[in-house]
Write a protein that binds this ligand. Structure first.
Ligand SMILES: NC(=O)c1ccc[n+]([C@@H]2O[C@H](COP(=O)([O-])OP(=O)(O)OC[C@H]3O[C@@H](n4cnc5c(N)ncnc54)[C@H](O)[C@@H]3O)[C@@H](O)[C@H]2O)c1
Ligand SMILES: O=C(O)CC[C@@H](O)C(=O)O
Length: 527
């Protein structure tokens, strides 16, 4: 397995890769976009921070790539939809740098309040400008927090220590949670109207790009101070420049810019702007944390398939994964079976869970099932990451139901697939919580372990048919490993015969069987 580290990563993380048998690590932190596109094809994993841009072109060229690991939080430099489409897991390390970044926001707010960078420059230039550089006290000032996630909530805690009044706007956090933590939950308008300082801790997304624009500044108090240690682009930089020039905004502390590095940017000419070159996460502690986290996550994924902190597929790890694994396997096998017996264009997949599923996470199991269903049908590279998106793209409606009552089994997964031509229903269970068994195929009760090769035959239910099937296999020189006759739930004219073989059933045997009048259908299934 080959790992490419394309941004500067803490040494502790590199060491973990180096010490891992079967993993080869290359550190190349000066690749141009073109060189990355040229070289990415040989790598199984890519480790980045914020500098490398993982564009759609990089993803297209990444023919072997299985996972992208971000040592840090923000993933705005990764085309996650393109990675998802290609079945590449995208992971970040959401906790390792939160304290460091929150501390940076507090440091920026203090430096802004007391003109520390300006004072340093002035003094070093031989001036003694006490009057000009007078600051403002932070105690009893109102700090408006945009975003009460991991970093925002730490900033709030530190600001409380400074005796500031913290008010919070976060549309996704229950106001009670904010109040229980000891802060006031307010509307965006109220936050703008009341804050003396506003600090931004939201991700950069469609909805937050340009969140702080001319209109937002116009609704703020005169002399407001702005701190952005989240992402460039959340502030409309031209509008901020105007607001700084007019004095509406008294000062801004910026760690991040819409374009990084910003080059000769008008904001950098403002005396009341202080700035750092995206240093929010840059402490030795945070860099060690995220480097170790990302290396452990990538190794676990490459070696065991364990998914930790993925943003484009459910993360299932440790004990939860161990418990779910047999159910994931059963789901995938039922999907594979349906992929091979259905006819026509897939329209709907209805999954019904009962019994022990009440205690399990159904999302990953349904995803494993859809993965199995699409794997033989769609194209190479379908996996648990991109299967739901591909199903959606194909217009397949997927529904999940949890039945209250277990039936005859401790756990039962029943899947009904509707196509333009027919409906097929299969059910499976786990015996002893481990062994997958198919127990029903289209109203026939069966008992099949879904592995190896088998032929599913729908025949007339009359004497002599079974014998003729056996003879066809014997004459074709194919050994039958197991022979089962399914019981139809409602007594009828048809039989389901399932034959397990050592090898895929040869085409000539299949054709001979299909040509017999007593045989309605014969379908070869391989797991
Ligand atoms: N400067 C740096 O070096 C640095 C370091 C780490 C993180 N970051 C940035 O900080 C951001 C926040 O990190 P986090 O760990 O706190 O993320 P998080 O996901 O824990 O929290 C983000 C919060 O923002 C909230 N939110 C989303 N849209 C909002 C909106 N329109 N208004 C108000 N709140 C909104 C979410 O509900 C969530 O609670 C990251 O997305 C990353 O871009 C920067
Ligand atoms: O890698 C860095 O230095 C910045 C990381 C930070 O922006 C993040 O989103 O975690």
């Amino acid at each position: 397995m080959k790992v490419l580290v394309s941004d500067k990563l803490g040494e502790a993380g590199i060491e973990l890769f180096k010490n891992e048998p079967g993993i080869e690590v290359d550190v190349k932190t000066d690749l141009t976009p073109e060189a990355l596109i040229q070289q990415i094809g040989t790598y199984d994993a890519l480790i980045i921070r914020s500098a490398t841009k993982v564009t759609a072109e990089v993803i297209t060229a990444a023919t072997n790539l299985k996972v992208i690991g971000r040592a840090g939080i923000g993933l705005d430099n990764v085309n996650v939809p393109a990675a998802t489409q290609k079945g590449i897991v995208v992971m970040n390390t959401p906790t390792g740098n939160t304290i460091t970044t929150a501390e940076h926001a507090i440091a920026m707010m203090m430096a802004l309040s007391r003109n520390i960078p300006q004072a340093t420059i002035s003094l070093k230039a031989g001036r003694w400008e006490k009057k000009k550089l007078q600051g403002q006290e932070m105690m009893n000032k109102t700090l408006g927090l945009l975003g009460f996630g991991k970093i925002g909530s730490i900033v709030a805690d530190r600001a409380r220590g400074l005796r500031m009044n913290v008010i919070v706007f976060d549309p996704n956090v229950n106001p009670e949670k904010i109040q229980e933590a000891g802060y006031e939950s307010v509307s965006l308008d109220e936050l703008y109207a009341r804050s003396d300082y506003i600090t931004i801790h939201v991700p950069k997304m469609e909805k937050t790009i340009g969140l702080l624009n001319a209109d937002a500044f116009s609704r703020m108090k005169d002399g407001i101070m702005i701190i952005n240690c989240a992402r460039g682009g959340i502030i409309d930089e031209a509008a901020l420049y105007d607001a700084l020039q007019s004095g509406k905004v008294a000062g801004a502390a910026l760690d991040v810019f819409a374009k990084e590095p910003p080059g000769e940017h008008p904001l950098l000419t403002c005396e009341n702007v202080i700035c750092t070159p995206h240093l929010g996460a840059s402490t030795q502690e945070a860099q060690t944390n995220v480097a170790v986290d990302v290396a452990r996550q990538i190794i676990a994924y490459l070696k065991e398939g364990t998914i930790i902190n993925a943003v484009n597929t459910p993360s299932v790890t440790g004990d939860r994964l161990a418990r779910l694994k047999p159910y994931l396997e059963l789901g995938r096998k039922l999907g594979l079976l349906l992929a091979q017996i259905h006819r026509g264009k897939l329209q709907e997949v209805a999954i019904e869970y009962s019994g022990e599923y009440h205690d399990l996470e159904l999302g990953p199991i349904s995803t494993a099932l859809i993965n199995g269903l699409l794997e033989p049908l769609v194209r190479e590279g379908v996996n648990a990451v991109n299967a739901p998106a591909i199903a959606q793209e194909m217009g397949i409606k997927v529904t999940e139901t949890l039945r209250a009552e277990p039936f005859d089994y401790l756990n039962l997964m029943t899947v009904r697939v509707t196509t333009t031509e027919q409906t097929d229903t299969v059910s499976g269970t786990l015996f002893g919580k481990i062994y997958p068994r198919i127990v029903e195929i289209n109203d026939f009760r069966v008992d099949v372990s879904p592995e190896g090769h088998m032929l599913i035959i729908l025949s007339e239910n009359k004497p002599g048919v079974i014998g003729r099937i056996g003879t066809t296999f014997g004459e074709g020189g194919v050994n039958i490993v197991r022979f089962m006759v399914g019981n139809e739930a409602i007594e009828g004219q048809k039989n389901m015969v399932i034959i397990k073989t050592d090898e895929p059933v040869p085409a000539d045997i299949l054709e001979t069987l299909k040509s017999k009048k007593v045989i309605f259908e014969a379908t070869s299934v391989n797991f």
